[in-house]
Each structure stands twice: as structure tokens, then as C-alpha cells.
Design a protein. Structure first.
Length: 470
């Protein structure tokens, strides 16, 4: 009997090797390569065996009509916003997030909403028993919803069960790391099994027209565990973010073939499940410390939605040889760039200070328009001068020290006025954006102008033995 072929697969990136080695040359990780047996499909075309002949299939014209609507709204407005208006029939979504963040809670609520709309919804759990899922549904007040439950991990059995009767409109598989297929001889959770099980479920979704949601575990770095090829196979990748100490949860689209990738959905974790937050700006600013130095309100844009959030900075003299730079909710590289511009072009000496920057509420900002708000908060903390409580800031800081314009300035200013703000520090080119708004605009050309406005209002703290100026 011929020896069964073996392959060595990296459990981090999915690279395949002919022999074992300690370090993966593809991703650079150590001790992630493990031995896996080749699947039946790999053995079928071995030496002396003819390759399977192709089977011709019918081609369809580009123009055509569908009987059903292309999208199925689930009724949860924040989830529909992120997906682009609802679940596309025949699409496959991958949802990732930290353990305990609320992925299962959100998907149980979505399945119940689909069932209440008169469609068939199926929830397949590979991690919990049916009784445990029922306990969660009962706690959320969803026990009366006609959601079909099952605790199963064999994807062939799952597909065979789903193929009986009416085609489900939504299928939730929690989680893909627990699924396994007979076609691959390796343990569940390995790269080969995750990829093979995902392929079976994707093939079922495309053939039947059911929308399938796969739940994925995440690594310590926040990336979805398993091979990255699974993210390329699915139609949309959603990331469920949030801090355990905060009540807010952010649903963000990392990839979406049928909708935008810059929209976010904001939820609040309550005793009755995840509640939608229709006005996240008011919630993020509900516990502001008015009059405290080092705080600035940033008027940002997440997709088509303007969001106002508080940026908090703390600048303190350091006792270390190398000052510490810590940031939560913003890009570390953007903070380093703003600090360099303040030192080089504005005379703000921060080389002897520890710098801490935090975005209040657990929101993660990804746009460069927050540069001006971050700079204002840093200078305010260093000079011990409080910024105006009724002012918002937005603008991109260039390496030359100039404040560059940002898109959708009118939407940012309109949201600020709606929440009661009366002033805005904006780039010079945004002067005409608020012609019909009752906002007092303060244009900022060079960043040095903003520093000159903030520093005289408070005493600059000095470190003994060194001259500090702002």
C-alpha cells in the first residue's frame, strides 16, 4: 500500500511545506507549522491514477430576473447599515471579534428578527449546546421567535439538513473553527479543516441562495484566526470591536463586496442584549469633563455618519530615560508624527515628557482628520489651559506644519451645531462650508496659530533644569 502523503501547514497563515521547520518563511512566526494529512481530493489524482474529466455546465446570460429581493433587511438598523442595506441572498459573511464581545448575542438577535419577518432562520452552534442557546434567547426575550437550532459540527450533515424543506433565508454558523469535513484528515480547528469546511458552506450558499454568517475567532492581535484565504473566499468580513470596560460596541465592515467598507454600527450592551445607538455622538460626549485641560472634541466621519468624540491627552514630565508614548483608539504612528510637527515647527518641546492619548468611549478613529484635535489636546495639557467647551476641531496636519482640508466638512459642522456646539476650529479652505449654519469658524492655517491661541491661556509647566516653551 502506498504511503499516505503528508504536508506541513502553518497554522497562522496557511503556508504549506514539504517538511517541518521551526519558522514559517511566509509570515515569520515560530512553532506554528504542524503536520497534516492530505485530504481525499489530494490523493485522487496520484501516480497511476487518471485525473477526473471535467463536466460541462450551462452558462447563464448576464441579464436576468430574480423572483426574490436581492437583499433581506434584518430589522436591526445598525447591522443593516454596515452590510449595505441587508443580507444579500447567496452571500457569505465572516464576523470576528474578541471572546465575550457579543457576537453570539448580536447574531441571535438578527436570526430572531429574520424569523419574525416570516423567513426561515437557522442557528447552528458548534460551541454551545441547544439548551445554552435557549437560555441566551430567553434572557434576551427572544424565546418566542421561530428560529431553528442545532448543535452540530459536521458540515456535510449540516448541508444535508439545510437542503431539506424550504431554503433558509439566514444561516448562522458559530463558529467556523469548530466545523470539520470528512474530506480532510486533520483535527478540527486546523488550517485545512477551516478552509475545507468554509468551502463546503460557501458552495451551499451560492447554490441555494441562503445568506450564511460564519463566526470566527480572533488572535491576540485582533486578527481573525485561521488562514487568511478564508477572508478572501467570503463576500464580507465584519469586525466587532469594543473594550470590556465600555458598554459600547462598534461593528465595522473590513471587506464588503456588496456595500461600503467605511460604515460603522454602534451598539450598547445592556441586560436585555445589544441595543442600537441612533445618535452615537450624544452618547460619546455624555460624560465630558467640561473645563478640564487636555480634552478636545473631534468632529469625525464614519462612512456617511458624522460622529463627535472626545480626545483626551495627558502630558507629564518623565522620570525615564526614554519618554513613554501611549495611545488608545488612534494610530500610534499618527501620534508620533503630530508630536514631531509640534516640536519642529511650533517650538513645543515634548522630548522630556510622557504623552498619553485616549479616545473616549472605546471608538477607534482611523481618519487623519483627527490630527488637529489631537494636537489641540496635547498643547492644552502641556500648557494646563482648558480649551473652549463649545468648540470642535478637525483638520489634517501635514509634515510642513500646515493644516490641510478634510472631506465632508459641512456634515461635521452640521452635527456639531445639532449637539449645541457654537465654535469650530477648521482648516482655512473650510470657511465657506458653514455659510448657512450658526457656527463661529476659526480657521487654522499653520499649526503654530493654534498653539499661539492655546498657550497664552495657561501657564506652561516647566521641568526643573530645562527650558520649556509652547
Amino acid at each position: 500500500m502506498a504511503r499516505r502523503p503528508l504536508s506541513f501547514v502553518c497554522q497562522n497563515c496557511g503556508a504549506v511545506y514539504g517538511r517541518w521547520q521551526g519558522k514559517c518563511e511566509s509570515c515569520g512566526e515560530w512553532n506554528t507549522i504542524s503536520e497534516e494529512g492530505a485530504g481525499h481530493s489530494q490523493q485522487a489524482a496520484g501516480p497511476g491514477r487518471p485525473a477526473r474529466k471535467g463536466r460541462p455546465f450551462a452558462l447563464q446570460p448576464l441579464a436576468g430576473e430574480t423572483d426574490d429581493a436581492p437583499r433581506t433587511p434584518c430589522g436591526i438598523a445598525e447591522l443593516d447599515r454596515v452590510t449595505g442595506g441587508g443580507f444579500v441572498r447567496g452571500s457569505v459573511l465572516l464576523v470576528g471579534g474578541d471572546p465575550g464581545i457579543g457576537k453570539s448575542t448580536l447574531l441571535v438577535q438578527a436570526a430572531a428578527a429574520i424569523a419574525r419577518a416570516g423567513h426561515r432562520a437557522v442557528y447552528i452552534s458548534g460551541e454551545e449546546a441547544v439548551a445554552q442557546v435557549r437560555l441566551r434567547a430567553d434572557r434576551l426575550g427572544l424565546a418566542a421567535a421561530a428560529v431553528e437550532l442545532a448543535a452540530e459540527t459536521a458540515v456535510e450533515d449540516i448541508v444535508a439538513t439545510l437542503s431539506e424543506g424550504k431554503t433558509p433565508r439566514l444561516v448562522v454558523v458559530d463558529s467556523i473553527q469548530t466545523m470539520w469535513t470528512d474530506a480532510i484528515e486533520s483535527a478540527p480547528g486546523t488550517v485545512s479543516q477551516v478552509r475545507g469546511a468554509a468551502q463546503v458552506l460557501i458552495r451551499y450558499a451560492k447554490r441555494s441562495g441562503a445568506a450564511v454568517i460564519l463566526v470566527g475567532h480572533v488572535t491576540k492581535d485582533g486578527q481573525i484566526a485561521g488562514p487568511r484565504v478564508v477572508e478572501h473566499m467570503v463576500d464580507a468580513v465584519l469586525s466587532f470591536e469594543g473594550e470590556g470596560a465600555h458598554l459600547f460596541r462598534i461593528l465595522r465592515a473590513v471587506k464588503n463586496r456588496f456595500g461600503p467598507t467605511d460604515e460603522i454600527g454602534v451598539f450598547e450592551m445592556t441586560g436585555g442584549g445589544l441595543q442600537e445607538v441612533a445618535n452615537p455622538s450624544a452618547l460619546f460626549l455624555s460624560e465630558r469633563d467640561l473645563g478640564a485641560p487636555g480634552t478636545a472634541v473631534f468632529a469625525g466621519i464614519e462612512g456617511t455618519r458624522p460622529v463627535l468624540v472626545e480626545m483626551q491627552a495627558l502630558v507629564a514630565p518623565t522620570t525615564l530615560g526614554t519618554p513613554r508614548r501611549a495611545v488608545v483608539g488612534w494610530d500610534q504612528n499618527r501620534l508620533a508624527m503630530v508630536l514631531a510637527v509640534l516640536e519642529a515647527h511650533c517650538g513645543v518641546r515634548l522630548s522630556g515628557h510622557d504623552v498619553y492619548l485616549n479616545v473616549a468611549g472605546g471608538l477607534r478613529i482611523q481618519e487623519p482628520a483627527a490630527d488637529l484635535a489631537a494636537a489641540a489636546a496635547l498643547v492644552s495639557s502641556l500648557a494646563n489651559a482648558a480649551l473652549p467647551a463649545d468648540a470642535v476641531f478637525f483638520g489634517e496636519v501635514s509634515l510642513s506644519g500646515m493644516v490641510r482640508p478634510v472631506p465632508q466638512a459641512a456634515a461635521r459642522l452640521k452635527e456639531a451645531q445639532k449637539l449645541g456646539f457654537a465654535r469650530a476650529f477648521v482648516p482655512e479652505t473650510s470657511r465657506g462650508e458653514a455659510s448657512d449654519l450658526a457656527l463661529a469658524l476659526t480657521t487654522v492655517g499653520p499649526l503654530l496659530d493654534l498653539v499661539a491661541r492655546i498657550a497664552p491661556q495657561g501657564g506652561v509647566r516647566r521641568q526643573p533644569g530645562r527650558e520649556r516653551k509652547a
